[in-house]
Design a protein around this ligand. Structure first.
Ligand SMILES: CCCc1ccc(-c2ccc(S(=O)(=O)CCO)cc2)cc1[C@H]1C[C@H]1c1ccccn1
Length: 240
């Protein structure tokens, strides 16, 4: 099949983002602050500014029982579920179906007073990764979202300020087979989730407002999303 024009960028970005997501917080360089904790979920951020704008990188690690990495990535990637769990979303359009595991999105997010409303244009790619550490261990799954230009949707033409985001959701399934050799149930699976994101707000917004919004929104977002996946999958066969 003919390669899509974005494929080289997507492949490079996915490999780069997964390598970074797999590094522990300690290896990721200094300056990570733990700013939210809720049970197994730990959320870290680094305070960084570009041209006076807050672009604080975020890294969250979470372990969720009863779901697999494939299921987490499936519900994160598929547009048909997004309005169910993404509370800050105002509108979402699939601009292009690049392949069955790669889409291009236009999203507008609810306005955060006093900043102006934001929108994002990004490609989203879902991929199963070989578990190169433990060959017979379960595979890893990832979704990477990365802002891109779309000639038919130029930035900052309408009322929305265009943000620039790079997001990596990396999931590692863990299976604890029952001792008595009975079939594996959801009680025997869990998923280690690493969520990394860098959002450049695109236009000026007060640092104090942005940091307060990130502090409030990211823990809520990850908690709500993982709870959504648990509820969507509990009565369905396990998707490995
Ligand atoms: C000024 C920037 C406002 C703002 C715009 C957008 C986003 C955002 C976009 C995409 C994704 S995602 O993980 O790719 C899931 C698909 O939607 C997460 C977050 C975050 C913020 C900031 C407000 C923060 C926030 C954090 C988490 C969830 C929602 N909002």
């Amino acid at each position: 099949a003919v390669q899509h024009r974005l494929w080289p960028e997507i492949d490079k970005m996915v490999k780069q983002q997964v390598a970074m997501a797999r590094m522990g917080i300690g290896e990721c360089g200094t300056g990570w602050q733990l700013f939210a904790e809720d049970g197994e979920m730990k959320m870290y951020r680094r305070e960084e500014e570009v041209d006076g704008m807050v672009v604080d990188p975020l890294k969250a690690v979470h372990v969720v029982k009863g779901i697999t990495g494939h299921e987490v990535c499936h519900y994160f990637f598929s547009p048909k579920y997004r309005y169910d769990w993404e509370t800050t979303l105002e509108h979402m359009t699939v601009l292009e179906t690049i392949s069955d595991d790669t889409l291009m999105f236009l999203q507008t997010h609810k306005r955060i007073w006093p900043a102006s409303q934001r929108e994002a244009v990004f490609w989203s790619h879902m991929r199963k990764l070989p578990n190169d550490q433990d060959r017979d261990g379960p595979d890893m799954w990832t979704v990477v979202n990365n802002s891109t230009e779309d000639p038919s949707h130029p930035a900052n033409v309408g009322k929305c300020v265009r943000i620039y985001l790079t997001v990596c959701l990396l999931c590692q399934t863990r299976v604890h087979p029952p001792k008595d050799g009975t079939p594996i149930t959801r009680d025997n699976v869990s998923c280690k989730i690493t969520y990394c994101s860098v959002v450049n707000p695109g236009g000026w917004a007060p640092a104090s407002v942005l940091r307060a919004v990130y502090k409030r929104e990211y823990p809520k977002f990850l908690k709500r999303f993982t709870t959504y996946v648990i509820n969507q999958t509990k009565s369905k066969p396990i998707m490995f």
